[in-house]
Design a protein around this ligand. Structure first.
Ligand code: HEC
Length: 221
């Protein structure tokens, strides 16, 4: 009796194994609560299945998917009403030199700016801004490229606008900080660096502020 029971169990186990291994399954199977799995909201970047709750179609009769980029010029909630006018290209980099900090530097909370700097930048550029943070440590740290020393003359004369460009889009081995720091925070950090450098705005800033002070709307981040 016991033996037969054992054989039946073994047989069932073998069948289960064979059946469950018969092909590669990528589908998660039946969704019992689709609005838990798929958002009802039109979420930017969500997967194609987010069309579950819409029957909207485009002119060609195809279902519309909501994984598109935000409309150009879209400003996130709580974000400053200011957009950087230049693209991530050589021309944009050159033009960035004339962009001014839209914040009133005197009213920036420098403690907060310092906190943001130390978390996001100091690890590479150093808490003393000397380009020697713990990720670099004079070449012994884990980061493979030398961060710029903000106390160098070249960095002192780099305008705040160019700094904003590089922090927003990244520069060579340094990545973009646009997703970590919002527009206001990026300008706060740059103001902090400029104050620590003992220069305001960047020495090489061109004198013609009037024509460039008001940024054109809606091309960049
Ligand atoms: C992971 C390390 C790392 C972090 C973190 C980092 N940087 Fe950098 N940064 C670099 C390196 C490396 C360079 C030199 C890039 C190159 O080769 O031109 C650089 C260059 C720069 C430059 C000069 C860009 C140019 O146009 O030449 C600026 C300005 C700058 N960083 C600002 C910042 C600010 C502000 C932060 C914080 C929001 C920050 N960095 C965070 C590594 C870092």
């Amino acid at each position: 009796m016991m033996k037969r029971f054992f054989i039946i169990t073994l047989g069932l186990a073998a069948i289960t194994t064979v059946v469950s291994c018969n092909k590669t399954r990528r589908s998660p199977g039946r969704t019992y609560m689709p609005d838990m799995t798929y958002s009802r909201a039109y979420e930017t970047y969500t997967g194609l299945d987010s069309n579950k709750f819409t029957n909207d179609t485009n002119a060609a009769g195809k279902k519309i998917f909501y994984n598109h980029l935000p409309v150009n010029g879209t400003i996130a909630r709580g974000e400053m009403l200011w957009t950087y006018p230049y693209k991530n290209d050589a021309e944009g980099y050159t033009s960035s030199a004339s962009v001014k900090n839209p914040l009133n530097v005197d009213s920036i909370d420098m403690k907060e700016a310092e906190r943001l700097y130390l978390i996001n930048c100091g690890i590479c550029h150093g808490s003393k801004l000397d380009g020697n943070g713990p990720l670099w440590k004079g070449g012994d740290g884990p980061f493979p490229a030398a961060p710029k020393n903000f106390l160098d003359d070249a960095m002192k004369s780099m305008t705040e606008g160019t700094m904003y460009h590089s922090v927003t889009y990244g520069r060579n081995t340094m990545g973009s900080y646009a997703s970590q720091l919002n527009v206001k925070q990026r300008w706060e950090v740059i103001a902090y660096i400029k104050i620590k450098q003992g220069v305001t705005g960047g020495a090489a800033a061109p004198a013609k502020t009037d024509s460039t002070a008001a940024p054109k709307p809606a091309t960049g981040k």
